[in-house]
Design a binder for this molecule. Structure first.
Ligand code: NAD
Length: 315
């Protein structure tokens, strides 16, 4: 199949391109290289800012000139803290970018879309595992843009779009040298960055209602996540349903303390983490229920915490 991958020069997007090419698909990437790196990809790159005023026209031109079997839309801003500081930028880039893409897809008769959503759509859930049909109450503008994006995909079913929203949980690890996450916004890359620069990793809160008192998250290897995208494209080829949402996680959680223990093992450094205060907006536990994605897509994560931390440390 021929796939258009927006944000394909980014951390996750470049893994999606790699996995899609391994599965025999041809990829074209649209990216404005705001956080992406051209060096991460070998396929054709169309440099377009999807949120610019002429983006719908440019994207229509591209989609009219060649037929894509499916579009995977990852291009977005992803920093929660920054989204609180400048929400307008997030609404413009994340919602505006998707609106421009949908306009172009509608105009050119492209009807298959996989959308990068996030567990941030759930906000502060109070359950052991979150299910796709559970409440969505994002607590920051970033999470809001992802939830609105999901609604936009759902509403486009009216004109014939077949869409899948993938709600990623905590994405980490690296699939190949050169593709690592350079933004370092979540625990694993942050802790690795601290260790490498001679600092000590910090645990934000050890008084949560969890077994060891630190927060629990569902860490999914970026290579597994990339494979889920390729499976979602296949699903859209055969699915009768026009719209669906899937959690992408492992279904089991690891605490901050467990992650740092794994990092001690992999790095050979016996550091003693600093115990800091809780951060606002951190749910004690955020773990995916993965029954739906297993049943409908046949997806199951292959890599566990050890492989995630090892790949993040070594690659
Ligand atoms: N990394 C995570 O843990 C995580 C978790 C949940 C969801 N997501 C979502 O996954 C997607 C990819 O995230 P990532 O971690 O690879 O981030 P990233 O910053 O590495 O990749 C984003 C890519 O999109 C491009 N981009 C941004 N704005 C653009 C625009 N207006 N026009 C064209 N290109 C644009 C960037 O240059 C970059 O290549 C995002 O939609 C993000 O919200 C990420």
């Amino acid at each position: 199949m021929k796939l258009l991958v927006t944000g394909g020069a980014g951390y996750i997007g470049s893994h999606v391109v790699l996995e899609a090419e391994r599965a025999g698909h041809e990829c074209v990437v649209v990216d404005n290289l705001s956080t992406g790196l051209e060096s991460r990809i070998n396929c054709r790159l169309e440099k377009i800012d999807m949120a610019s005023s002429d983006a719908a026209e440019k994207l229509s031109g591209l989609l009219a000139s060649e037929k894509f079997d499916s579009v995977i839309h990852l291009a977005a801003r992803k920093q929660v803290g920054e989204s609180v500081e400048m929400p307008e930028r997030y609404y413009l880039d994340n919602i505006g970018g998707l609106a421009n893409l949908l306009l172009a897809m509608r105009e050119t008769g492209h009807q298959s879309l996989v959308f990068s959503s996030s567990a941030a759509t759930y906000g502060m859930p109070d359950t052991d595992q979150v299910m796709e049909d559970g409440p969505t109450k994002p607590i920051n503008p970033y999470g809001e843009t992802k939830l609105i994006g999901e609604w936009m995909v759902r509403n486009a079913a009216r004109w014939g779009l077949r869409g899948v929203n993938l709600r990623y949980f905590n994405v980490a690890g690296t699939g190949q040298p050169g593709l690592a996450d350079t933004a370092a916004l979540n625990l694993i890359p942050i802790a690795i960055g601290q260790l490498r620069s001679g600092k000590t990793p910090v645990i934000f809160g050890t008084d949560y209602p969890t077994a060891d008192g630190s927060c629990i998250r569902d860490y999914v290897h970026v290579g597994d996540l990339a494979r889920a995208h390729v499976m979602a494209v296949d699903y859209l080829e055969r699915a009768e349903r026009k719209f669906d949402t899937f959690n992408v996680g492992t279904g089991s959680g690891a605490s901050v303390i467990e992650v740092l223990d794994e990092l001690k093992r992999v790095s050979g450094s016996d550091f003693k983490p600093i115990i800091g205060e809780r951060r606002a907006g951190d749910p004690p536990r955020l773990v995916a229920n993965v029954e739906r994605i297993e049943k409908e897509l046949g997806f199951r994560a292959e890599f566990g915490l050890a492989e995630i931390v090892e790949s993040a440390w070594n690659l």
